[in-house]
Design a protein around this ligand. Structure first.
Ligand code: FE2
Ligand code: FE2
Length: 260
């Protein structure tokens, strides 16, 4: 069993790239299931129903998200009814939508969980406690459990990897939009990578026009409406391979593709 995961898909530029390339990438890695982070898929901020449908119909099985999930109000029109749309599970209970779900992939039951870090991010429920709780809820109805840990601090993500090692099957980070090179299988059999990166422009600053961001850092005050970055494009992700009998992770491979 191979599960492909992709980092934050950024705006139309990233979407078009994934739509054009996904079937080739799925074939290249013989992927059985695809999870992608869509928190920036609508113009860099949030997701709309139209964008969700576009991503689903190009071959993405589940769309996870993060702190930008509420940025486009259209999300409220579909997040509750679409069980392939996941938002961080540690948002407080008044928030609509779901933080995890279990899917059938042939005979294999795959749980997908999304959590947000709380270091340099929103003060949500403790993601470690919530990971524990969800694991207890779904461990007997899943063969494989994947966790998209949407977090800023590499330390928080590494700590989460060790915390769930041997319980969750695969843990990967999103949110920074920059891929790390620490893909590995942890001591107790959990596949892990601190951050898988992003899908969209290479030439900007995490998806946004570089001049705008440089100006913003120098000014240290609001500098108006941002422009999206263009130029060279990248698809960043990872492929997790699982033993078909034990469902332990046997390998985590990084995907880092650049397109002119
Ligand atoms: Fe993001
Ligand atoms: Fe984020």
């Amino acid at each position: 069993m191979k599960i492909l995961v992709f980092g934050d898909i950024f705006a139309k530029y990233g979407r078009k790239l994934i739509v054009d390339e996904l079937s080739d990438i799925k074939a290249e890695y013989k992927a059985d299931f695809v999870i992608a982070n869509g928190e920036n898929s609508a113009n860099g901020k949030g997701i709309t129903r139209k964008v969700y449908n576009e991503l689903r119909s190009c071959g993405i099985d589940v769309i996870t998200s993060g702190n930008h999930i509420w940025d486009n109000k259209d999300v409220y029109n579909f997040i509750q009814e679409e069980d392939r749309m996941i938002r961080p599970a540690n948002y407080p209970s008044p928030c609509p939508g779901r933080g995890y779900e279990v899917y059938r992939v042939g005979k294999v039951r795959v749980g997908v969980v999304n959590l947000s870090g709380t270091t340099y991010l929103n003060p949500l429920d403790n993601p470690f406690d919530v990971a524990d709780k969800i694991y207890e809820e779904i461990k007997n109805i899943c063969d494989i459990i994947m966790l998209d840990f949407h977090a800023e601090a590499t330390s928080e993500k590494i700590a989460m990897g060790y915390f769930v090692d041997g319980r969750f099957s695969g843990v990967y980070g999103t949110h920074t939009h920059v891929q790390t090179a620490d893909n590995m299988v942890l001591e107790n059999g959990t596949g892990y990578i601190t951050d898988v990166g992003m899908c969209g422009s290479v030439d900007g600053v995490i998806g946004v026009d570089r001049e705008f961001i440089v100006k913003k850092f120098r000014a240290q005050r609001p500098t108006g409406k941002y422009a999206l970055a263009m130029g060279k494009r990248q698809i960043n992700g990872a492929v997790f391979t699982f033993d078909d009998t034990t469902f332990k992770c046997t390998n985590v491979e990084r995907i880092y593709k650049i397109y002119d």
